[in-house]
Design a protein around this ligand. Structure first.
Ligand code: 1HE
Length: 271
């Protein structure tokens, strides 16, 4: 892809020494963890920059990609900061992660995580706050918190069981079990499994495809679907009906349906 002609780099989150950069490429943005010498370990400073990066995405961006520099997506919590924290600080720290990751999960746009190497601890929690995960063949998934005498604190106990089941998460934390890419993807950690080195390109292609959807459709999916899944069926049907009515009343939805009926819309085909 010719980055020079289509990309504009957001200066504010790409200052020298910054641990996170944002690159806007047309309708998508690439948010990059860039602390590879510490395997993108999530320090407080880095988490604040992740938060600011997603909050500051221009409204012209319709989907984002989250990736990490170096050989690993993310080594999780920066353990060098853990030893400085007492219980009350620990509670507030965990709650701040909940807020930052929830802002990704329930933000304005879908986020596609491009995974490689270590996707462990808080790195796995961060990845599971994204909507789509693409794992390359070097990816591995683990929750070393169990072996370190700590517990997940970034929403992992809520999000991870929804992907793989509580019993598998329990096993990972009790035994330190590490899932390699193929097995992890088969369990549900990611929707896509690609060859080594291809996660970012695939994630970008997916994000570009997502950004062509009607914005209200994307918003409805990321906000309504997970909430409906947690509602009793009767409430879910009502929420679905309301969202469906709002989405289809948007002028863009009407135009897209008209395009299809008049022979201009894309047909569904297996790729
Ligand atoms: C770190 C961290 C870190 C690396 N915090 N500094 N997460 C973990 O328990 C995972 C710990 N990390 C590892 O198991 C390995 O580093 C990796 C498998 C990810 C990568 O191994 P490798 O051989 O490529 O790198 P390395 O030599 O282990 O690490 C390179 C440097 O990064 C080294 O520092 P240096 O100054 O000696 O060069 C490491 O100390 C540093 N580093 N990982 C701090 N995590 C909201 S609650 C979430 C709770 C958790 O996430 S707990 C799980 C923490």
């Amino acid at each position: 892809m010719d980055a020079s002609s289509t990309s504009q780099t957001s200066r504010s989150s790409n200052l020298p020494g910054s641990d996170v950069s944002v690159e806007v490429r047309g309708a998508i943005a690439i948010v990059r963890l860039q602390r590879p010498h510490k395997r993108n370990a999530l320090s407080d400073g880095l988490m604040a920059q992740v938060d600011a990066a997603f909050a500051g995405l221009p409204t012209t961006v319709g989907a984002a990609v989250l990736t990490g520099d170096g050989e690993h997506f993310c080594a999780g919590l920066d353990l060098s900061e853990l030893k400085e924290r007492d219980a009350v600080d620990g509670l507030h720290h965990s709650r701040s992660w909940h807020r930052i990751l929830t802002n990704i999960e329930f933000g304005r746009i879908p986020v596609v995580a491009a995974l490689h190497g270590a996707v462990v601890g808080g790195g796995l929690e961060l990845a599971t706050s994204c909507h789509i995960r693409v794992a390359d063949d070097t990816s591995f998934f683990a929750l070393p918190e169990g072996s370190r005498g700590i517990f997940v604190g970034g929403g992992g106990s809520v999000r991870i069981p929804k992907l793989i089941g509580a019993h598998r998460m329990l096993d990972m934390m009790l035994t330190g079990r590490v899932y390699k890419a193929a097995e992890g993807v088969a369990l549900g950690f990611a929707q896509y499994h690609v060859a080594a080195g291809e996660a970012l390109a695939k994630a970008i292609a997916i994000a570009e495809r997502i950004a062509t959807n009607a914005p209200m459709t994307n918003y409805s999916l990321i906000h309504a679907l997970p909430r409906i899944a947690e509602q009793p069926a009767d409430h879910g049907f009502l929420t679905e009906g309301l969202i469906s009515a709002i989405a289809q009343s948007a002028p863009e939805a009407k135009a897209r349906v008209r395009d299809f009926l008049e022979g201009r819309g894309a047909k569904v085909k297996a790729s």
